[in-house]
Design a protein around this ligand. Sequence first.
Ligand SMILES: Nc1ncnc2c1ncn2[C@@H]1O[C@H](COP(=O)(O)OP(=O)(O)O)[C@@H](O)[C@H]1O
Ligand SMILES: C[C@@](O)(CCOP(=O)(O)O)CC(=O)O
Ligand SMILES: [Mg+2]
Length: 386
Amino acid sequence: MEVKARAPGKIILAGEHAVVHGSTAVAASVDLYTTASVRLPSSSDKDDTVKLQMKDLALEFLWPTSRIKEALGGFVGSISTPTPCPADCLKLMASLVEDQNIPEAKIELASGVSAFLWLYSSILGFVPVDVTITSELPLGSGLGSSAAFCVALSAALLALSGSVDVDRERRGWMAYKEDDLVLLNKWAFEGEKIIHGKPSGIDNTVSTYGSMIKFRSGNLTLIKSNMPLKMLITNTKVGRNTKALVAGVAERTIRHPDAMNSVFKAVDSVSKEVSILIQSLVDDDVSLTANEEKLAELMEMNQGLLQSMGVSHATIETVLRTTLKYKLVSKLTGAGGGGCVLTLLPNLLSEIVVDKVIAELELCGFECFIAGIGGRGAEILFGDSS
Ligand SMILES: Nc1ncnc2c1ncn2[C@@H]1O[C@H](COP(=O)(O)OP(=O)(O)O)[C@@H](O)[C@H]1O
Ligand SMILES: C[C@@](O)(CCOP(=O)(O)O)CC(=O)O
Ligand SMILES: [Mg+2]
């Protein structure tokens, strides 16, 4: 029996980092997906291993099922009550990951493999399984690859476990039922904790539900943009790690609590304004342009506040300067420190200008693309149809 699940990446329009400290943030899914295929070997199959393949990274991990059970068996609880991985269990998982000799250049993946071990053991128990992961998302670039990985994996494992209400006879991609989305999102959050340390939950939530969300302290509001939003995404290709950047902001907050709390409060106001603005009705080009100008100004303010949190980077500043030459406003998205930058492309902007700005950014060694925003969330597929 085989099930596939896919989950989208995301952009954060406003509020990253501050959302970890209780501020509002606004995020949207992007049409770039991570897919997890999970296959249970047939009963005649003698193979007693857990196999994890990361296809695009050309990596394969193998463990005897008994080895995982011996290490983690005492820690897993009930599928219906997602629980954090205890610190002692994290240590045991680290040794299971060490056994696999991940090449030094790809060592960042170790946290993803640990998240896999926790989600697999907790959701499926200790049965032989063959898992393949593929992704259209750049890893560690601010587009939420860690959350998409946890959501896709949890969605496939839950569907196989029989603990969610899915129609196994149905062909084609299908969404989870509303109640099951809550359970899926909770499990993905537990995986994201292993990768991020202290995540806000916004990334796994938008990857689970898709569309566009306003998020604050674990609570989501689905929102619908009435503004046709077009964003250029520039990947600076500077690798960074969300866990370290989130920890850096927390340390700065300990050193300067009053100043940082004022910054988080300002971000909260910016995000709330962004949320109201994108939902407001526009009936002609004049009001659309006026709203785009307001959104650009809010993005500029958010970027300034992110700079004061210490999460910008020389390459991000280069993108800001380059796009500003064309009167276009940009902000980092995700954890910053490199990674991806968003540039608002006004709807009436000529294609010639878009091509010019992309050409100039690419000359700096960056990669540019325009992704669809606000589409579907997690989906599953039984059998081989696509
Ligand atoms: N397709 C994947 N396969 C395995 N691990 C993944 C995958 N996608 C993400 N991860 C894990 O998530 C980490 C990147 O997460 P993070 O630093 O939060 O950046 P982002 O979420 O912005 O891409 C990777 O180093 C890896 O541990
Ligand atoms: C910085 C943060 O707000 C978003 C991180 O996104 P990403 O992992 O860089 O895609 C952290 C979080 O909300 O958990
Ligand atoms: Mg992440």
